[in-house]
Design a protein around this ligand. Structure first.
Ligand SMILES: CC(C)(COP(=O)(O)OP(=O)(O)OC[C@H]1O[C@@H](n2cnc3c(N)ncnc32)[C@H](O)[C@@H]1OP(=O)(O)O)[C@@H](O)C(=O)NCCC(=O)NCCS
Length: 180
């Protein structure tokens, strides 16, 4: 595999247009119908926990984390994760996810901090980064979802059995709680 010189940065508002274009190209108009989108709509993502991958001046990848609640447990929703097609299979997706988890973990013991990261995605991919399936029936999302694709990665010692209840929009520490 060719080594690419990739740099990760916390997301910057100046990245918004390029990220939107990449996400639109990757997921198409169907993205607005996805259950995960319902959790992100009107619920700003955490820029400080969202990362971009650059090669030179070109944005080639993005991952976003958005505050959610699972039952009453503060958590983060991971996604969308996208890498420009020509630059896939160079470890950029994995690095983006690992960076976001590392920084989220760094604040996991603070008051009101997120204790888990949840996503809707493929276990064969995300399993390598520490994500596990939520046992069927423990959580409900605001729309249809294949239970085999509901995955979580704890940021602290929170056991999988404690991941229970409805998943809804959360709030960032220091901001108003979004109405559920
Ligand atoms: C998923 C995605 C972000 C991975 O980015 P990437 O930079 O190629 O990821 P990595 O280099 O860390 O890993 C690539 C490996 O994962 C594999 N992989 C990619 N998507 C996978 C999936 N959905 N399930 C299982 N394996 C997958 C690739 O085949 C590749 O395997 P290889 O190393 O043997 O070639 C990228 O393929 C992408 O943008 N896909 C479209 C959007 C998408 O599906 N996002 C995830 C939504 S759940």
């Amino acid at each position: 595999m060719t080594e690419l010189s990739v740099t990760l940065f916390p997301e910057n508002p100046a990245d918004d247009a390029a990220i939107e274009r990449l996400v639109a190209r990757t997921f198409g108009p169907g993205r607005f119908a996805r259950t995960a989108y319902r959790l992100r709509e009107g619920n700003p993502h955490r820029r400080d926990l969202s990362f971009t991958a650059y090669i030179g001046t070109m944005l080639v990848g993005s991952v976003r984390l958005t505050p959610i609640l699972i039952g009453e447990v503060p958590a983060l929703l991971l996604g969308p994760l996208t890498v420009e097609p020509p630059f896939r299979s160079h470890g950029i997706g994995r690095r983006l996810v690992e960076k976001a988890l590392e920084v989220a973990r760094g604040e996991a013991h603070g008051p009101g901090a997120a204790r888990l990261v949840l996503l809707v995605g493929d276990e064969p991919y995300y399993g390598r980064m520490g994500f596990k399936r939520v046992p069927r029936g423990q959580v409900s999302l605001p729309g249809p979802v294949d239970p085999a694709r509901v995955l979580v990665c704890p940021l602290d010692e929170t056991p999988l059995e404690a991941v229970r209840g409805p998943v809804r929009k959360g709030f960032s520490a220091g901001t108003e709680r979004a109405s559920a």
